[in-house]
Design a protein around this ligand. Structure first.
Ligand SMILES: Cc1cc2nc3c(=O)[nH]c(=O)nc-3n(C[C@H](O)[C@H](O)[C@H](O)COP(=O)(O)OP(=O)(O)OC[C@H]3O[C@@H](n4cnc5c(N)ncnc54)[C@H](O)[C@@H]3O)c2cc1C
Length: 376
């Protein structure tokens, strides 16, 4: 374990729109500095996540349809390699290492500084939630699947189904009951965004909504209370090019038997700029993943381990026939070493070659491991 959590400096050059970010920074640390200049780069949707691990696996969130994956905005990285050298990786220097770092995780060295491209964002954005009763799950998710295929890049809509937390804008008798929520973020003129999200309300009869113009940093923290540290977790994930009827049926079936109030199924919408990069351009290859689904098996008591893990696995199996077969490496669970090939697809062999060059003895192996050829 190499603890970099004290290295949290974030420096922004607002004229060049670039950020230098140390690897102990969380998304909250990064956004706080960049947003003082009305700038941001695509990161994830929980502000407590670390910039380093998220970036090295790929990274996506509300801004990704407009500005791409986090790695599409990585300009350079300073790296300490397995043999103790300090090197810079960019398009111009150590290009093979730079290629591997953009999706290949912590396999090649320790990143001590990231350099990112920034974009004008907010500082206020139209964002929020529309919540529907679970009895309308099938039509709501079906319409979500259609709507998200043609929406503009500035708009992102994700779907989550779970038991309702005690949100103040929901009637008290809904708290603790299954619901379907659409989470919305529009990165553009809020008045334009308001027109674009209007049809979403017609997907069913909403139980409540909380949509408005709020600081981007606040929206980045909106989901933090649902994913606090300390719970027991078992997550599984699929990539989809589209959400087929069978996938929607599986979501509705398994969301109707959530084994704990903390379990959820969410579908993050990708596409837009994330899909306009060639799969071989960098280690992350899933450019055809228009939807990334994550099953958050999450509970608090050890006695519930088997029940909750079984539920996540059964849903994963039921939805597999409709999925692409690839997977986002940052959503792999500890017991999924067998899916590393699926995570990298066409790029796997080239990643092994980069591993052979930078870490031939597999010093960096406590990760989603790309084995050097000597160890295969
Ligand atoms: C609550 C939650 C929400 C999430 N939401 C999203 C999301 O919206 N979008 C998304 O893309 N992902 C998301 N993820 C997945 C997330 O990208 C991964 O969990 C990622 O590994 C987190 O990185 P970290 O730095 O916080 O974790 P860490 O545990 O610190 O790092 C994970 C691994 O990354 C490698 N690593 C970390 N730092 C370095 C470094 N400096 N140099 C070399 N290797 C390093 C190591 O192998 C390490 O074991 C989420 C995860 C959680 C828990």
């Amino acid at each position: 374990m190499i603890d970099l959590s004290l290295m949290k400096r974030v420096q922004v050059d607002p004229v060049a729109r670039r950020a230098m970010v140390e690897p102990g920074s969380t998304l909250a640390d990064f956004d706080a500095v960049a947003q003082t200049h009305g700038l941001a780069t695509p990161l994830g949707i929980n502000s407590t996540t670390g910039v380093a691990g998220l970036t090295l696996g790929g990274g996506f969130g509300w801004l990704s349809r407009k500005y791409g994956m986090t790695i599409d905005n990585l300009l350079s990285a300073d790296v300490v390699t397995a043999d103790g050298r300090q090197v810079r990786a960019s398009e111009a220097e150590n290009g093979d290492l730079f290629w591997g770092l953009r999706g290949g995780g912590g396999n090649f060295g320790i990143v001590t500084r990231f350099e990112f491209q920034l974009h004008p964002v907010g500082p206020n954005v139209l964002s929020g939630l529309i919540v529907f009763p679970f009895s309308q799950a099938k039509p709501v998710i079906t319409q979500f699947a259609r709507f998200t295929q043609t929406m503009p890049d500035e708009l992102n809509v994700w779907m989550v189904t779970r038991k309702a937390p005690p949100l103040p804008f929901l009637p008290a008798d809904v708290h603790g009951k299954e619901i379907v929520a659409l989470a919305i973020c529009y990165v553009g003129d809020p008045n334009e965004g308001k027109k674009l999200v209007e049809p979403l309300r017609g997907f069913g009869q909403p139980l409540g909504e909380h949509i408005g113009v709020q600081p981007f940093t606040a929206w980045q923290q909106a989901f933090d209370p649902l994913l606090t540290p300390g719970a027991r977790n078992y997550w599984k994930s699929h990539n989809f090019s589209r959400l087929a009827d069978g996938a929607i049926d599986a979501i509705v079936k398994y969301a109707s038997k959530l084994p704990s109030p903390h379990c959820e199924i969410f579908v993050g919408t990708m596409g837009g700029q994330t899909a306009r990069v060639a799969p071989e351009a960098m280690a992350y290859s899933s450019r055809d993943a228009n939807y990334v689904m994550n099953v958050h098996g999450r509970w608090t008591e050890a006695a519930d381990d088997e029940r909750c893990v079984d539920w996540a696995r059964a849903f994963f199996d039921a939805s597999a026939p409709f999925a692409l077969g690839s997977v986002y490496v940052n959503f792999l669970t500890g017991d999924e070493a067998g899916r590393i090939g699926a995570a990298y697809g066409v790029n796997y062999e080239r990643l092994v070659a980069v591993k052979d060059r930078y870490d031939p003895h597999n010093l960096f192996r406590h990760n989603q491991n790309i084995k050097p050829s000597a160890q295969v």
